[in-house]
Design a protein around this ligand. Sequence first.
Ligand code: TXA
Ligand code: MG
Length: 311
Amino acid sequence: MNPEVRRAAEILRAGGLVAFPTETVYGLGADASNPAAVERLYRVKGRPADHPVIVHFDSMERALALSREVSEEARTLGKRFWPGPLTLILKRSGKAKDFVTGGQDSVGLRVPSHPVAQALLKEFGGGIAAPSANRFGRISPTTAAHVREDLGKDVDLVLDGGPSDVGIESTIVDLSGANAVLLRPGGISREEIEKLISLKEKQGDSPRHSGGLEQHYAPRTPARLVSSHQLDKEISRFGARVAVLAFSRPDERVDYWLRMPRDASGYAQKLYGALRELDGARCELILVEAPSETPEWAAVNDRLRRACARE
Ligand code: TXA
Ligand code: MG
């Protein structure tokens, strides 16, 4: 056993906070059965107390013990996608306390596949409550360095597992109501889920689900999505210091630009690091060349729309 992982599990048992890598983004973990630890987690994160948090386990069996009613659909999705970038919202059992569910009757469960997350969860043995390891409303971290930049000394230990493979948060499927609903597109596509179960459209937007708030995952610099054919025109129109996220070098001169991969999974993997880098470029505006609207880009487009949303 890696001594860092053992130390991390001890910190969790003592009520501390540990940031750890997952295949989606880094999580900020606390013992899901310890109210004081979870309270500190919310304080560091800057998250409202009535927002629920995902509880992570090393196995499907342990995860499902937090639900009082495990449907056939839940088992089907769990068997196919766990360990992996999927979160299921299920009716909670008595083991899922108000302080992790935000007082709701449902609980968010995930079994991550990252080897360091798996090692930590096994060593710890219980559930780890973990939102993404960023301050509320900011860009999720995909490296240990991002976590340290954001949370500094407020976290007791950061486990470094290299850059996250998927790069954006897990897909969330809500199975706690009458119909299965996709709450957040992510590492697993809607199409992959729909091969196994049928999904209904989301009815309105629950404010309890913070990833559902309009402006989320946002850089500090104002950002805008523009179509490929308008990119050069928009660059010249602004005349300000502009940073650009694009698929190829803009014809117009820009202060800072980054080239993004043309495939959706490569793009997702680089997205948050790229937004952080552009945010640090001291420009007045970030222009993002919009990817295509085809299904494989749904999760990336969801995050880009939120990054570019302004009240
Ligand atoms: O990939 C991920 O899911 C990462 C890694 C660390 O696992 N975690 C993550 O957590 O993105 P967080 O807290 O940043 O986003 C989880 C979302 C939040 O919007 C939360 O409100 C929602 O899941 N959620 C959790 N439990 C819920 C529940 N019982 N009902 C509705 N939404 C829930
Ligand atoms: Mg988050």
